[in-house]
Design a protein around this ligand. Structure first.
Ligand SMILES: [Zn+2]
Length: 412
């Protein structure tokens, strides 16, 4: 009898603790107040406005067919609780949303899998929102648009970034096709997260001419994304795609969320000695080198955690980090980057590969590096960093390094 009453009490206690912890000031959950959907001629888009970065998972359920997304650390506005939205297509019957657990919101699209060619789930920033695009086979795409559906703002009509769609096998066919070179080689690198350092109100270092690091980093990251997608067939995702600030701690959350295989943070260097120039690449480690600590302190400036506090954290983290893989990746990128940049700046120096206590590299579950592509504090290199040519060469060098690394996995 004791255990029976305990079973009754436990859920009450659980509810109590949730409501106690969730005072109006300190509720850690993001409130979801809007679900938008629109049926385009050849796909249906569902957008969940969340506003704050949140982890999420998604998957499929059968009999009946469903695609679901669970948003963690989220609460649903009571108005939306248990809502369902009919969709007038052959391949989706309705969309439902509910608070599945006190901290998880679930969105479900009820679908006819035989009529669906593919779907993709990804997120956009500023404000943070989740997007589900569902593509029917051509025959099912002729369904009429749903007049009741809301029209999305222009920002949501852009081509989605992120993972290629989950491609469902053709009825009767076996296995999902994959086009990536890495996939064809069976090497397990599919997704690279590229992190353009700084952004928004945090410009990073500023050159004498006024050139801001955040702008250089983003331009190189976008060029690298294009190369990885178009030439290599990898999925390349950016932690920011415009001039916005993303907290350092969130950048690896994004990489983990995307189940990225590699993480590359792109920066431009600054040194007190303006004559100093060159390329250096870092992996996460403690470092006794004062100049590395100085650089890490500058790159970490957006965080309140001091380098001293980090040392203890780092020593705990490092044993769970892919240090050797990160060092290998850093070496391949460093070598190729120097070679590529030397086409435009023959005197470019390699300052080598080093361990350093960089916050942005903490927490990534994949080989992670930080590249200082050149020095904005050096006027010759600053002049080069202004040019499209040099930025493209930087992207090309990093891309070659990533490819080198992927090939080395095959040999291992
Ligand atoms: Zn930086």
């Amino acid at each position: 009898m004791k255990s029976a009453s305990a079973h009754v009490i436990l859920p009450i206690l659980a509810c109590l603790s949730v409501s106690l912890a969730a005072g109006p000031q300190e509720d850690p959950r993001a409130e979801i107040v809007n679900l938008r959907r629109h049926t385009h001629p050849n796909f249906t888009r569902i957008v969940l406005d969340i506003g704050t970065l949140r982890e999420y998972t998604f998957g499929e359920l059968r009999d009946p067919g469903r695609i679901y997304i669970d948003v963690l650390q989220a609460k649903l506005n009571p108005i939306l609780q248990g809502q369902s939205y009919p969709v007038k297509t052959e391949y989706i019957s309705q969309i439902r949303i509910s608070q599945k657990t006190p901290s998880t919101v679930r969105v479900v699209a009820e679908v006819e899998f035989p009529l669906i060619q593919s779907y993709r789930v990804y997120h956009l920033f500023d404000p943070f929102r989740l997007v589900i695009d569902i593509y029917p086979h051509a025959s099912a795409a002729a369904s009429a648009q749903t007049p009741a559906d809301k029209v999305l703002p222009p920002g949501d009509k852009t081509a989605p970034p992120g993972k290629p769609p989950v491609t469902l096998p053709e009825p009767g066919a076996s296995g999902a096709p994959g086009t990536s070179m890495a996939r064809q080689l069976g090497l397990g690198v599919r997704t690279v997260v590229i992190d353009p350092g700084h952004g928004g109100p945090r410009p990073g270092t500023i050159g004498r001419s006024g050139l801001q690091e955040k702008e250089v980093n983003l331009a190189v990251a976008l060029a690298l994304q294009r190369l990885l997608r178009a030439k290599v067939g990898l999925d390349a995702v950016l932690t920011r795609e415009s001039d916005v600030d993303v907290p350092l701690e969130d950048r690896t959350v994004i990489a983990n969320q995307k189940r990225a295989d590699l993480f590359v943070s792109i920066h431009s260097n600054a040194h007190r000695d303006r004559r100093r120039g060159g390329v250096e690449t870092f992996f996460l480690n403690v470092s006794p080198d004062p100049s590395v600590i100085e650089l890490a302190a500058a790159e970490n400036a957006t965080s309140t955690k001091s380098i001293g506090e980090m040392k203890t954290i780092l020593q705990k983290i490092i044993q769970n980090t892919k240090i050797q893989e990160s060092r290998d990746l850093a070496e391949k990128i460093q070598k190729n980057l120097v070679r590529s940049l030397s086409q435009d700046l023959p005197a470019i120096k390699s300052l080598g590969v080093k361990g350093g206590p960089f916050l942005v590299l903490i927490g990534g579950e994949m080989p992670s590096v930080l590249v200082e592509i050149s020095h904005l504090s050096n006027s010759k290199e600053e002049a080069k960093l202004k040019t499209r040519k040099y930025r493209d060469l930087a992207a090309q060098g990093i891309c070659d390094g990533i490819m080198d690394y992927i090939r080395s996995l095959g040999k291992g």
